[in-house]
Design a protein around this ligand. Structure first.
Ligand SMILES: [Zn+2]
Length: 481
């Protein structure tokens, strides 16, 4: 039997406001001592009154607009009641039936095969305290309590773990362009829960419904959903009933039962009596709409038209805002260079060796030790014929480890390209003498043997020989013989 997978995602995003959602405490608590960013409001003491953070509302409206939602002019906050030690008041202030944004969409996939994922809602609530479990007891850090939290819920339109990952990457990209959140999954400012079920193709009835939690990276989401998809298929085929339950992802590669549906919460939502309804005028909403910055899709199109980049290169460069900013800094630094050629050169470096160095050092481009002006100087050294591509790659690696200037590294290590025939002649003589097999192959009509000989010249000069010149000189010598 053929199955299809049905996934819906719930993403919680911490907003980068200065203060918390309902009090004046600083929301920037990362690295602070436990329980230092607290006041009677976010500690949930009796008798206090919350006030709404205007910036958090604006960030949520921005996000809802960027996700093509309609914005409710009459919205409100509600109490979501439940008991858990991380919830200071015994209820969370959230939004129930009147979320700020409703019925939006997010498009994923390449331009030629776009897929639309519907967004159910975007609403605003408050984060809870953090529990630190120790051996036999738990500690409570209230710093996170009351930090503005935006929830973005998708319709179950996602059909594979790959699509789920594309959706999250795109969503994070939009949030970073809007500047409303650091949207960092590892640091917990971007968290995802997934609902996943399977059904026979053609059927509209889902087999059970499983919610997966505890995924702390995009890779974890992908792995957890792939595991769960497979687990449910096997269970169905072997005649087991797939329950409605919550499962937790474990990094060793499995999901485990956390809670079955019989223990589902009844949150007893009711309108928050301590806050007035929130009215958002059409003028206010339009004002926010006009203030929206350029978003990833628009920037991708601009990169294609302004710089002549391919749709694929533009997409990869613009998905990460910091990468796109870096790229444009490089272009701005060397305005005299011909645009499409130079843009392609910079893009190739950024998407190739540069990304490779970032990945092996496990750093983001914002923290790159190689600033745009240094990468530009490295590219200039190649364009001017001073160093070869092979040398440039080594120099870039050294720039990453030492933070040095490419020109200084080239000087100090004597890496200038050998473009002088006399200097190469000696090396070529040796290479020909040491490789009689390749020489005779070439002379017996195998022209590709010259590639091997050029490779030997490059090896002996540690990558400094001008490869075109080496090939020229080699073929001349070989013709004469
Ligand atoms: Zn507070």
């Amino acid at each position: 039997m053929e199955f299809e997978t049905v996934i819906g995602l719930e993403v919680h995003v911490q907003l980068s406001t200065r203060s918390k959602m309902f009090c004046g405490c600083s929301a920037d608590y990362a690295g602070a001592s436990p329980n230092t960013h607290v006041c009677p409001v976010c500690l949930g003491l009796p008798g206090v009154l919350p006030t709404i953070n205007e910036e958090a509302v604006r960030y949520t409206v921005m996000t809802a607009l960027a996700l093509n939602c309609s914005i409710l002019e009459e919205t409100k906050f509600d109490r979501k009641n439940y008991f858990y030690p991380d919830l200071m008041k015994g209820y969370q202030i959230s939004q129930y039936d009147a979320p700020i944004g409703k019925k939006g969409r997010l498009e994923i996939g390449p331009a030629e095969a776009k897929k639309r994922v519907a967004i159910t809602r975007v609403h605003l609530e408050e984060d809870v305290a953090k529990l630190l479990h120790r051996d036999g007891y738990s500690l409570v850090d209230v710093n996170r309590s009351g930090v503005p939290l935006m929830e973005i819920v998708s319709e179950p339109d996602i059909r594979s773990p790959e699509e789920a990952r594309d959706y999250l990457v795109k969503l994070r990209s939009i949030l970073q362009y809007l500047g409303v959140s650091t949207a960092n999954m590892e640091e917990g400012s971007f968290r995802c829960d997934a609902n996943i079920s399977i059904r026979p193709v053609g059927s509209s009835e889902l087999m059970g419904k499983v919610e997966v939690k505890n995924m702390n990276s995009f890779r974890a989401v992908y792995r957890a959903l792939s595991y769960e998809e497979e687990r449910q298929r096997k269970a169905f085929i072997s005649g087991e009933k797939i329950a409605q339950e919550t499962r937790g992802w474990l990094e060793e590669g499995i999901t485990v039962l956390q809670r079955s549906k019989e223990y589902a919460h009844d949150y007893r939502y009711f309108p928050e009596p301590d806050l007035p309804p929130l009215a958002l005028s059409a003028e206010y909403i339009n004002g926010v709409r006009k203030s929206l910055p350029e978003l990833p899709e628009a920037r991708q199109k601009r990169f294609i038209t302004d710089y002549g980049l391919s749709p694929y290169d533009s997409m990869v460069l613009t998905t990460d805002k910091a990468m796109a900013d870096y790229f444009e800094s490089c272009i701005d630094l060397d305005k005299s260079k011909p645009v499409p050629e130079y843009a392609k050169e910079v893009a190739n470096w950024l998407l190739g060796e540069f990304s490779h160095n970032l990945a092996s050092a496990e750093i983001n481009i914002d923290n790159s030790p190689v600033a745009p002006d240094k990468l530009c100087r490295l590219i200039s050294l190649i364009d001017e014929g001073k160093i070869t591509m092979a040398v440039a790659k080594d120099v870039l690696a050294e720039m990453f480890s030492s933070g040095g200037d490419p020109y200084d590294i080239v000087q100090a290590r004597g890496l200038l390209q050998i473009s002088n025939s006399a200097e190469l002649e000696e090396v070529i003589k040796e290479v020909l003498a040491n490789n009689p097999q390749a020489v005779s192959d070439y002379q017996q009509g195998k022209p590709q043997a010259i590639k091997f000989l050029v490779g030997q010249v490059m090896k002996r000069t540690k990558g400094r020989a001008n490869p075109n010149l080496a090939a020229d000189l080699l073929s001349k010598k070989l013709e004469v013989k």
